[in-house]
Design a protein around this ligand. Structure first.
Ligand code: NDP
Length: 243
């Protein structure tokens, strides 16, 4: 199955490193015109040296700055809301600041960025496709992940309402829900053997996800090959959530 994005303008948030960066590379290879959004200018500069992409540097936790930045981008056919933070602590130590920052970046920013992009999609009457990065943490309790789990549960449910309301405009909205991926974010929670071991033992395929496993799922859901798929939360978890 060949996935082709020739003629499509795709916006990827959190494109500086990890899953977002690899996704940008794969989208460009598949013919997309990509706008790469992230918050660290140096990472965007190195991406733009490697690939022909437009870059946008903004902290998506800042509602007004993000709105201005995304409004300046122009028409977008496909959107991947990938940027997120993982601020981990035990339930008793959850702070108001970590709560507010996590929900601002992981949840409110999806609404903000998507509102701007979707208004353009509706005006152009050409439909569109959105993939939101959720997590197995949206559906499974993980120690020290109180706020992160809460944000990802919100992402799942917000995405379903988006699918319901935007479907009549031929705009599809789906989630990808990975297990652990050893990116910089993955290392925060899972690099210690005493954390990784018990998690690995609960994954029937016996391994964590590779970045490519997640990127392939995003590419599929974003593309026309998934033309009848709307409102799903797709685990990329080796069977973790099935057990
Ligand atoms: P990384 O931490 O490796 O990369 C996250 C990217 O998001 C970075 O490029 C970072 O920016 C960007 N970003 C973070 N905060 C902001 C912000 N406020 N404004 C703009 N950009 C921001 O994470 P992953 O690649 O691992 O994660 C990607 C997605 O996958 C996330 O939604 C995550 O929750 C989800 N996920 C990850 C899992 C894992 O184990 N890694 C498991 C399940 C889901 P910059 O580089 O510019 O600093």
């Amino acid at each position: 199955m060949e996935i082709n994005f020739t003629g499509s303008r795709v916006l990827v948030t959190g494109a500086g490193q990890g899953i977002g960066r690899e996704l940008v590379k794969k989208l460009v290879a598949a013919g997309a015109t990509v706008v790469a959004l992230s918050q660290t200018q140096s990472r965007l500069d190195s991406l733009a040296k490697e690939l022909n992409v437009k870059t946008v540097c903004v902290d998506i936790g800042d509602w007004e700055a993000t709105r201005r930045a995304v409004e300046s981008i122009g028409p977008i056919d496909c959107l991947v809301n990938n940027a997120a933070v993982a601020l981990l602590d035990s339930f008793l130590n959850v702070s108001p600041d970590d709560f507010d920052r996590s929900f601002a970046v992981n949840v409110k920013a999806i609404i903000n960025v998507s509102q701007v992009v979707v208004r353009g999609m509706i005006d152009r009457k050409k439909g569109g496709s959105i993939v939101n990065l959720s997590s197995q943490a949206s559906q499974a309790a993980l120690a020290d992940h109180t706020v992160y789990c809460g944000t990802k549960a919100a992402v799942d449910q917000i995405s379903k309402v988006m699918a319901l309301e935007l479907g009549p405009h031929n705009i599809r909205v789906n989630c990808v829900n990975p297990t652990v991926v050893m990116t910089e974010m993955g290392k925060i929670g899972w690099s210690k053997p005493e954390k990784a071991g018990p998690m690995l033992s609960k994954i029937p395929l016996g391994r964590f996800s590779e970045v490519e496993d997640v990127v392939n799922a995003i590419m599929f859901l974003l593309s026309d090959k998934a033309a009848m798929i709307n409102g799903v939360t797709l685990p990329v978890d080796g069977g973790f959530l099935a057990c």
